[in-house]
Design a protein around this ligand. Sequence first.
Ligand code: PLP
Length: 455
Amino acid sequence: MKDPVFNLIESEKKRQSEGLELIPSENYVSKEVLEAAGTILTNKYSEGYPSFEGVGENGEFWDEKRIVEEKLKNYRYYGGQENIDRIERLAISRACKLFHADHANVQPHSGANANEAVYWAWCRPGDTILAMTLASGGHLTHGAPVTRSANIYNFVGYGVDESGDIDYDELEKIALEEQPKIILVGYSAFMKIPDFARIKKIAEKIPDCLLMADMAHVAGLIAGGVHPNPLDFGFYVMTTTTHKTLRGPRGGLILSKGNVKNPLKKPERTLENIPVLIDRAVFPGTQGGPLEHIIAAKAVAFGEALKPEFKDYVKKVVKNAKKLALELKNRGFILQGDGTENHLVLVNVKESFGIDGKFLEKALDCVGLNLNANAVPSDKGAAFRPSGVRLGTPAITTRGLGEKEMEKIAEWMRRVVDICVGLGDENLLVSAEEELSKIREEVKSLAKKFPVPGI
Ligand SMILES: Cc1ncc(COP(=O)(O)O)c(C=O)c1O
């Protein structure tokens, strides 16, 4: 008998098929990405790195005759790497091509690991890192006191202004005062396009300052050409997750500019040496063996992102997000930044309707619309009771939903809000089951018309 875990996987397939995923950090991977992630590559240990000496630069596979030659050049701690090396090398060269990078480390198990490795590559305990505060839209790994890195480094934060954009004057003032080792531009709940050129000018005034971007949310938009690429504006390092707009397997990625050299030799801490410093900070600095099945799936996803269809996809993601924002506004939802320039929308639910974000998240969950409660800048709600909700279009656009469907989603959301306001207390949601189930059936019937890839 098959393990009962598989029954639960079947239930999850049903949930994904019958509901609509509005969490902006989620997506649905292709069948091929899924296939690569579930392979025997999980059996292999491959601590270390493949050779970097110009092999597969254009994504071509190595010539079989050169396998021995390549084996002599790799930097692995285990034997039997001829296929793994080629897979990892392909992932690296595709990632470099997608993001105009000199080097890519495809081994981070997650976005958090990628950030941690960059901090470790460039800073020493006590060094200052300047990043967007969590309350303004930054990520936990950008200095939230509950994280390990916040206990190692001295994080200082910048925020957003009234318009929801980065307060660049404040950022410059703090940077000049604090002389950080890293200025980090990145966020999980920010809907504007950062002025990378302006931030580069600020960083130039600070000696030894590494300009780092955490583009976890918008990496797919960058790859598809609808969002500027920080590496084109003088940033040295860009981290990302691979599973959000980039539509790959769950994992992390570090891209950098600089001189790619033997990762076994300890280099001097210079900007030119960043690729090697990063490789050493990932392994052995902060991780052990890489997940080569996931790296294979990353390679497949990067290959997909290099195709022209991906450009169309990300254009639609942004178009859908703008339409969704407009339809929500028309129905009384007050939006942070009054709209969006990317794939996500942040709603101040408290200000709009007097209920908190968690209440709305739970009520929407009951109808098969999944999003997440999120703090809004200068939120007065507790961490588990934030005032806002965050939603986005990467996943539903993958399923093929368009602007017409964005109107429907906004309408369902308003109907659910009215139920919540009528009840006044989330513990009473059960008493609204009949009304909620009507909306759930409507969501389900639309969702069924747009199958989830791979199911
Ligand atoms: C900007 C940003 N950085 C890093 C991360 C962490 O990624 P992971 O959950 O893969 O560790 C996230 C995840 O949401 C994120 O939004």
